[in-house]
Design a protein around this ligand. Structure first.
Ligand code: ADP
Length: 433
């Protein structure tokens, strides 16, 4: 076993407000060995950020022990750095100066600061932008400066709090690649990485070990090892298998898929129709559930609280159940960790989660296969609508077409041009490699 760099034992964090005490973390055990990239995944409010702050010594837990290289951590750990979702750069300093300032905090002499800052900027791909000011850079480039600033300190423990979630898909993919290259090159002094994300694909792409968390109280409930050697590729069967495992754990799946999801059109068995609800109202309901205190909600009371008619609510709930975002038992509804993760995720991670869940629905798979087989990945919507009429009564077939298009568009699995009735595979904008 490599030496543990960081160890959390029985860490509990209680936040008090007035007379109420809130268990943000309960009995958390976590070991981070040298050479490990560990990812924390879980719904909003399960204590991920709290855990990062405790791991770096920015916060002392209510109880429990934090050991760094076997020694109890006292105060802020000078060997650790956190990169946040949006990195605040000094707007009046150039890119180079922003990185140099961080190096200065380590007490390096000026010439050495400059040398290291230049080297780090080069490594994150900002060569040529040294004299630019933050306002002249794109969001992706600014985040790269943030990474350079964190790395120039040469942290042994690098903590990342959703570092890619505010970036567009292409910049996020590029920066993930650069981070991995730095990490695997062994040219940096970072010995372990602990990252928080809501993005499941990102977690499987980067992590050696994923820790799944739940809330109320915040705790680690499962661990998934990712036994994939670099370079990892999103579309390979082994990658998808790990992604599926994580989704199943987060959605709390217990039923075999064919029982739960039905068959695809043209196959024997029942084709399960998608509930007729727009994606926007699904997302709205997940957010409302995440924002309401308490784990379970009475369905009928919820209809009143949210001012929606119960028929619409029941269809939404059926859709969310199908997606694994909620569970329903005895008239009560509760978000699954996957639903909570979706609620806390940014737009891109939401689309990824939604896409992954849609891809497992037989009717969506069927449509994707039709499109893949079609010339140029393109079909007239009418052709699909006709095929659906073989499965459903005409009115229902129309609804199904509308719902699949709405959901699939949101997930960016395919696009639909209303004007030309063209349905086509969305490949150009997906940044997965
Ligand atoms: P996550 O990063 O998983 O969203 P956080 O660690 O930010 O979770 O928060 C966990 C829970 O603790 C949330 O319910 C949050 O509202 C609460 N919390 C976080 N920081 C504080 C604080 N300083 N005081 C009171 N409650 C807090």
């Amino acid at each position: 076993m490599p030496e543990p760099l960081l160890e959390l034992r029985d860490v509990t964090q209680v936040y008090r407000s007035g007379t109420r005490a809130f268990l943000a973390l309960k009995d958390v055990h976590l070991t981070l060995a040298e050479g490990e990239f560990v990812v924390l995944l879980g719904p909003s409010g399960c204590g991920k950020s709290t855990l990062l702050r405790i791991a770096t010594g920015l916060q002392k837990p209510t109880s429990g022990v934090v050991l760094y290289r076997g020694e109890p951590l006292r105060g802020v750990n000078p060997r650790a750095t956190i990169v946040f979702q949006t990195f605040a750069l000094f707007p009046w300093l150039t890119v180079l100066e922003n990185v140099e300032v961080a190096a200065a905090a380590r007490g390096l002499p000026p010439a050495e600061r400059r040398r290291r800052a230049l080297e780090m900027l080069d490594r994150v791909g900002l060569d040529g932008f040294e004299e630019a000011y933050p306002r002249e850079l794109s969001g992706g480039m600014r985040q790269k400066v943030g990474f350079a600033r964190a790395m120039v300190v040469e942290p042994e423990l690098l903590c990342l709090d959703e570092p890619f979630s505010s970036l567009d898909a292409l910049s996020a993919a590029a920066l993930r690649g650069e981070l991995l290259e730095l990490w695997h090159s062994g040219k940096i002094s970072t010995k372990a990485i602990l990252m928080v994300t809501h993005n499941i694909e990102e977690a499987v792409f980067l992590g050696d070990r994923l820790l799944l968390m739940e809330k109320d109280p915040g705790r680690i409930v499962a661990e998934v090892r990712v036994p994939l050697a670099p370079p990892r590729r999103h579309q390979t069967g082994e990658f998808r298998a790990v992604v599926d495992e994580v989704y199943a754990l987060l959605a709390g799946e217990t039923q075999p898929e064919p029982v739960e999801l039905g068959s695809a059109p043209g196959e024997p068995g029942r084709v399960r129709a998608l509930p007729d609800v727009p994606v926007a109202s699904l997302a709205g309901l997940v957010e409302a559930l995440a924002a309401t205190p308490g784990g379970r909600h009475d369905l009928y009371k919820l209809a009143g609280d949210l001012h929606v008619d119960s028929d619409h609510l029941l269809r939404s709930v059926e859709a969310l159940e199908l997606l694994g975002f909620v569970t329903v038992a005895k008239g009560d509804i509760a978000l699954t960790p996957l639903g909570g993760t979706f609620a806390g995720a940014g737009i891109l991670a939401r689309k990824e989660i939604f896409a992954a869940r849609l891809r497992r629905l037989p009717i969506v798979r069927w449509l994707l296969e039709l499109l893949e087989a079609a010339e140029g990945g393109r079909l007239r919507g009418e052709v699909v609508a006709r095929a659906l009429e073989l499965q459903f009564p005409q009115k229902e077939a129309e609804k199904q077409f509308k719902v699949i298009v709405d959901w699939g568009r949101y997930a960016e699995l395919f696009a639909y041009d209303d004007a030309t009735d063209a349905l086509y595979l969305e490949t150009a904008t997906r940044a997965t490699t």
